[in-house]
Design a protein. Structure first.
Length: 331
C-alpha cells in the first residue's frame, strides 16, 4: 500500500509519489432508496449531554461506554432500514478526524490512524451482526477548516495532499466509499476526489449551502458540481447537499443536466442559518413530520435522488419520518 508522507509542508503533488491503486466502483447494494444519518453529534451534545470537544465523536472509541453509544446509532439505522424497506448508509464517526482539527483537541496523526481504522471496524461489526438489510459503509470526511466560514481556502492540489493522509489510512480498511461532507468550496472537493481516486476508492461529495442556496463561498451548486466533475473527469460517484434546511436550497434545484449528478439530500431540522446555529444554546429540532414530507417531495420531483437523511438537529424521529414519507410515494 503506497503511503503519503505525513510531512504536509512538502509541495509535491501526492499523485507523483505512487501509482494509483486499482479503482473500486461503488457496488450495487440492491435498494432504490438509502437513508443516511449525520446528526449524531448534535443529538449527543444537546439531547444526551455528551461533551464533544471540537465537535469530534471519534474520541468515543476510546471507552467501552463511548463505543456502545456509537454502536447504538449504527444499529438504529439498520433497524430503520429493516422496518421501512430502505437501504442504509452507515457513516463513520470520523468527520473531523483529520490532522488540523485533531491537533486542536490534542490528538496526534498516529492516534488518528487508529481512530479511523477502529471506526470502520465498528461499522463492519454492526453490518455483520445485523442481518441482510442493504448496508453501505461510508468513511465520513469533513473539511479542513470551518465548514460554515472557511478562512484559509486550499488549492485543489493542497487539498489532495492534505486529505490523502486520512484517505490513505481508510484505504487499508474494508470501507465501501469515502464521503466528503459539509464542504464549502469546490477546490477542497476536487482535492478529496483526486485523493480517493489515487487510492482506488469510490467517493461521494456533499456540499453545504447557506440560506440563499449557495455555498458559503458564494458558488452555486451548479457551478461547484460542474467544476468538480470537470477537474476530476467525473470520478465522483455522485453529489449531495447536507447541513441545510430544505427551505434554503429548494429553489436552487432545477430540471437541468447538472441536477442528475445530485443524488442525495441530508437536511438540517432547523431553518436557522449557519451563523445562528453556531450561536445556539438550545437545539432546534424543527418538525420531524414536516421535514419528512419536504424530503419526500424532493424525491417525487427528482426520482433519481436515492439518498435522503438527517443532519444537524435530527434524531431517529426525523429519520423515521423521512423514511416513511419517502417510501410511501415509492409504492
Amino acid at each position: 500500500m503506497p503511503q503519503l508522507s505525513t510531512d504536509l509542508s512538502k509541495g509535491e503533488n501526492p499523485t507523483d509519489e505512487a501509482a494509483a491503486l486499482p479503482m473500486r466502483k461503488l457496488p450495487d447494494f440492491g435498494a432504490d432508496l438509502f437513508m443516511a444519518y449525520v446528526g449524531m453529534e448534535t443529538d449527543l451534545i444537546f439531547n444526551r449531554g455528551v461533551d464533544l470537544p471540537g465537535f469530534a465523536s471519534y474520541p468515543l472509541l476510546e471507552t467501552d461506554q463511548g463505543r456502545a453509544l456509537l454502536k447504538e446509532y449504527l444499529r438504529d439505522m439498520v433497524v430503520l432500514g429493516s422496518k421501512t424497506g430502505t437501504g442504509v448508509i452507515l457513516e463513520s464517526p470520523t468527520w473531523v478526524a483529520n490532522r488540523d482539527r485533531a491537533a486542536s483537541i490534542g490528538y496526534t496523526p498516529e492516534q488518528l490512524k487508529e481512530f479511523n481504522k477502529q471506526a470502520v471496524a465498528l461499522m463492519s461489526e454492526v453490518r455483520a451482526e445485523m442481518g441482510d438489510v442493504p448496508t453501505v459503509m461510508s468513511a465520513n470526511l469533513g473539511p479542513r477548516d470551518d465548514a460554515y466560514a472557511p478562512q484559509d481556502q486550499m488549492t485543489a492540489e493542497e487539498a489532495e495532499r492534505y486529505h490523502s493522509e486520512q484517505i490513505s489510512t481508510l484505504a487499508e480498511t474494508d470501507v465501501d466509499v469515502i464521503s466528503g461532507y459539509t464542504l464549502a468550496y469546490s477546490a477542497e472537493a476536487i482535492g478529496i476526489v483526486r485523493a480517493a481516486r489515487r487510492f482506488g476508492l469510490p467517493v461521494i461529495i456533499s456540499f453545504t449551502v447557506e440560506t440563499d442556496g449557495r455555498l458559503p463561498t458564494g458558488e452555486t451548486l451548479k457551478d461547484a458540481i460542474t467544476q468538480v466533475d470537470a477537474a476530476t473527469d467525473g470520478y465522483a460517484s455522485y453529489f449531495m447537499i447536507n447541513c441545510a434546511h430544505p427551505d434554503h436550497f429548494g429553489t436552487a434545484l432545477a430540471d437541468a443536466p447538472w441536477m442528475q449528478r445530485l443524488k442525495g439530500i441530508v437536511a438540517n431540522a432547523s431553518r436557522c442559518s449557519h451563523a445562528e446555529l453556531d450561536e445556539a444554546e438550545q437545539l432546534d429540532d424543527g418538525n420531524p413530520e414536516e421535514l419528512g414530507e419536504q424530503l419526500a417531495e424532493f424525491k417525487r420531483r427528482f426520482p433519481h435522488i436515492s439518498v435522503l437523511g438527517g443532519c444537524c438537529g435530527t434524531d431517529m424521529r426525523h429519520m423515521k419520518s423521512i423514511a416513511e414519507a419517502s417510501t410511501k410515494h415509492l409504492r
